[in-house]
Design a protein around this ligand. Structure first.
Ligand code: NAP
Length: 302
């Protein structure tokens, strides 16, 4: 991945950083700290993964306790929250006065529980979600989402911004970053499923995925505009169609099902969409816009 690394100053709250976990993501996080000239210590459960970082100026802690003691800002990125507690629990007494930034993927409940656990040991806590793969760490467009106390984020913002220019504090509610994470991933899987279904359909008639790609990419941009209408209507509760009615969505969905079946392509994605549309139309909502389908996803709360 190309691009220019983000440039961040030195914030008042961070003087030393420890990165816990040197998997694919942890390596990239530690590397960005070194690029940003932060005094960086690294620790990994299994030894032997720190060599390249040490060559570039990182210090490898001999054990977890020394790793905690070496950092004001403790950046954690391991497999899951259970793993975090497994190695931090035995050294929890050393956390007091430090800030834990947990970039491990998990649920909102796990994030809130971890915040309470950290507070119980006198540590400040931010929970974060990384919306990128390791090669994108440190680039200007890379998004990392944070939740937890705003003053803690502000104290370390310059250092955290080294990981990506799209670094954003969302909420004081520690669970919110994890919730955004899975919500965004859901959109990603929906879009990727749509793309691979479309690619299968076109391949059956001799069009390669690469030939189709520019049209798909530009269409995803247009969908961003449609989504703006849906967002307004979901928030306002006024579902009268302003761009396309549910009735007008139905026949192209039928065409997609027919074209798929005619080529032996799995049609379950458009069949799901047809089910949403026909149920809403049966409820008398055919003149409403797509936002009306929110009622399927949150029944009883329209
Ligand atoms: P990875 O390459 O599989 O590395 C996993 C890391 O977790 C290793 O450092 C491993 O240490 C450590 N670990 C596992 N169990 C442990 C335990 N019980 N105690 C201590 N350390 C333990 O995974 P990754 O890609 O770096 O992902 C790390 C986190 O970032 C995950 O929560 C993932 O969901 C999240 N994330 C990843 C990406 C991505 O694109 N890779 C993107 C966004 C978020 P050992 O070397 O000792 O096994």
């Amino acid at each position: 991945m190309g691009g220019t690394r983000t440039d961040a100053g030195t914030d008042s709250g961070t003087s030393t950083v420890t990165v816990f976990g040197l998997g694919l993501m942890g390596q990239a996080l530690a590397s960005a700290m070194l690029v940003g000239d932060r005094e960086t210590t690294v620790w990994n459960r299994t030894p032997g993964r720190a060599d390249a970082l040490v060559e570039r100026g990182a210090r490898e802690a001999a054990d977890v306790r020394r790793a905690v003691e070496a950092g004001d800002l403790l950046i954690v990125c391991v497999r899951d929250y259970r793993a975090v507690r497994e190695f931090l629990d035995p050294v929890a007494d050393a956390l007091s006065g430090r800030t834990v930034v947990n970039l491990t993927s998990g649920s909102s409940a796990e994030a809130r529980e971890m915040a309470a656990w950290a507070a119980g040991h006198g540590a400040a806590y931010l929970d974060g979600a990384i919306m990128m793969t390791p090669p994108g760490i440190g680039l200007p467009d890379t998004v990392l989402l944070y939740a937890g106390p705003a003053d803690v984020f502000a104290a370390h913002e310059d250092t955290l911004r080294l990981l990506g220019g799209g670094t954003t504090h969302l909420s004081e509610d520690t669970g919110i970053a994890s919730l955004y994470d899975v919500a965004l991933l859901g959109i990603m899987w929906g879009s990727l499923n749509g793309f691979v279904h479309a690619a299968a359909l076109l391949a059956a008639d001799g069009v390669t995925a690469k030939e189709f790609l520019p049209f798909a990419t530009s269409w995803l941009g247009a969908i961003g505009v449609f989504t703006g209408v849906v967002a307004d209507q979901v928030d306002s509760g006024d579902f009268a169609a302003v761009d396309a009615s549910l009735a007008s969505h139905l026949s192209p969905v039928e065409h997609l099902i027919d074209e798929s079946r005619a080529r032996g392509i799995d049609a379950s994605l458009p069949e799901f969409t047809r089910g949403l549309l026909t149920a809403a139309i049966a409820r008398g909502q055919s003149g409403d816009g797509y936002a009306r389908l929110i009622e399927h996803f949150r029944p009883g709360q329209a």
